[in-house]
Design a protein around this ligand. Structure first.
Ligand code: C2G
Length: 132
């Protein structure tokens, strides 16, 4: 069984998230998603709309996702790959090259981001509508 792993906040779920989750799953047989904790989001300088439990609940409902684990720190990726016997690590190409150190442990694949959508864009456009 080929196991795939990816990381993210996955706030305000949108088609960009679904595309990468589908593509990641299509690379293997089992997809684990490490979802950023609220504390880790602070480290990333992100303020998610949904808290960790809600974002986890939503991710677990996606047909491409087989397991969800918490992402609490930058340093956990090697351990996650080894402990979960991961064959392929996947991230959007906005992270191109950032996780190449994992190549000693698994295949590393950066996939093209979905153009035209992001959680930040959704929040901005909603604010414009509300402000009229
Ligand atoms: N993504 C995408 N296309 C978009 C938006 C996001 O392919 N239009 C991808 C990102 O490249 C990432 C995943 O969806 O691979 C999750 O995106 P975020 O929730 O923004 O995750 P991020 O904050 O980049 O967290 O340790 C890694 C970090 O936790 C990654």
């Amino acid at each position: 069984m080929k196991k795939v792993l990816t990381y993210g906040t996955f706030d305000l779920l949108h088609n960009g998230h679904i595309n990468i989750l589908k593509r990641a799953k299509d690379l293997g047989d089992h997809l684990t998603v490490a979802i950023s904790s609220d504390e880790f989001n602070e480290l990333k300088g992100k303020k998610a709309y949904h808290n960790y439990e809600t974002r986890k609940l939503i991710l677990e409902a996606i047909r491409y996702v087989d397991a969800v684990i918490p992402e609490n720190e930058w340093e956990q990726k090697i351990r996650d790959v080894v402990e979960n016997e991961i064959d392929i690590f996947v991230m959007g190409d906005d992270w191109e090259g950032k996780f190449d150190f994992l190549k000693d442990y698994c295949e590393v694949v950066y996939l093209p981001r979905t153009v035209g959508i992001s959680t930040t864009k959704i929040k901005k456009e909603l604010q414009k509508v509300q402000n009229g």
